[in-house]
Design a protein around this ligand. Sequence first.
Ligand code: GTP
Ligand code: MG
Length: 349
Amino acid sequence: MKFIDEANITVESGKGGSGCVSFRREKFIPKGGPDGGSGGRGGDIILVTSSRKRTLYDFNYKKFFKAQNGSGGEGNQRTGKDGDDLIVEIPPGTLIVNADTGEPIKDFVNPDETFVLAKGGRGGQGNTHFKTSTHQTPRFAQPGEPAETLNIRLELKLIADVGLVGLPNAGKSTLISAISSARPKIGAYPFTTLIPNLGVVKPRWGGEAFLVADIPGLIEGAHAGAGLGIQFLRHVERTRFLVHLIDVSAIDPDDPLKDYETINHELAMYSELLSQKPQIVVLSKMDLTGAEEAADRFQKAIGSHPAKRSPKRSLVRISAVTGSGIDDLLSTIVSFLDAADENRQENEF
Ligand SMILES: Nc1nc2c(ncn2[C@@H]2O[C@H](COP(=O)(O)OP(=O)(O)OP(=O)(O)O)[C@@H](O)[C@H]2O)c(=O)[nH]1
Ligand SMILES: [Mg+2]
């Protein structure tokens, strides 16, 4: 599912250092010639796409980017130091627009693309440079070129990294409310969610933000139109993996994997691609009585289940009410994201 992320920032390149006015002063050379060096170049603002970046989240907090100014030239023909360039990392897929004119500046598609957005000013020339046969003692030098300032808007079409799936009432919307700023409707009845919700999750301990999609619940026969059908699965088709929620209080003691298999069957009926995505299987509502026993039964049953071998699966227990297991789930999500970045597939049961 697509969602537009936007941020406005200001960038400023480095000013050029000014040229220096200076004359040689040495013993026994009463009238030394001009020896003022030129100023250093100002740093550029360089945009680079990095696959580590997934959202524009960080630009909500840091909005001004300044490259270093060039240093002034000095006597003895010393050139000033060049200012350092400033490299700003953005996610692939970001469109850069001039915020004042609305004109597109650059559309980044792939990782590792670089673009000089604002050029640093050239350093001014020192008075050494202005000496001519008729003008032996120039008492002037050039100032450095000014910095370039640009207000830009970044636009990114986001695709959810993680898709939440499960039966109605499994606790999907409660979970996305607990981990992101999304505030979907939550209800103690099936089909509370009728349209997909997206939430940006920023792990508390730092690291890159990622995007989670909460979709309406699936039921047995959804592929044949039961309940709300499987149309919403297209919103999680392009995610890197699924978080599959199972209400632990609804686990059938005689058939602990029933709900789990129902959802997996519907995913498979939708597409091979979806059924082959890695899954973090989450047992929710662990605060309810009898939850531990039910979860143990589930874990025992899944341990001997063929699905544990392929695709990649992992199991986490949570309670969105008490918050238990949420950090564990977030770090598992982050490790799945990292693994998806590296295209690794391995098993964790
Ligand atoms: N005790 C307890 N109740 C929970 C927990 N998580 C969700 N619930 C409750 O379970 C019910 C369903 O939660 P939702 O988040 O709406 O479930 P959903 O999976 O989004 O459901 P649909 O949108 O209908 O598919 C609500 O009454 C929640 O308050 C939990 O960790 N513990
Ligand atoms: Mg819901």
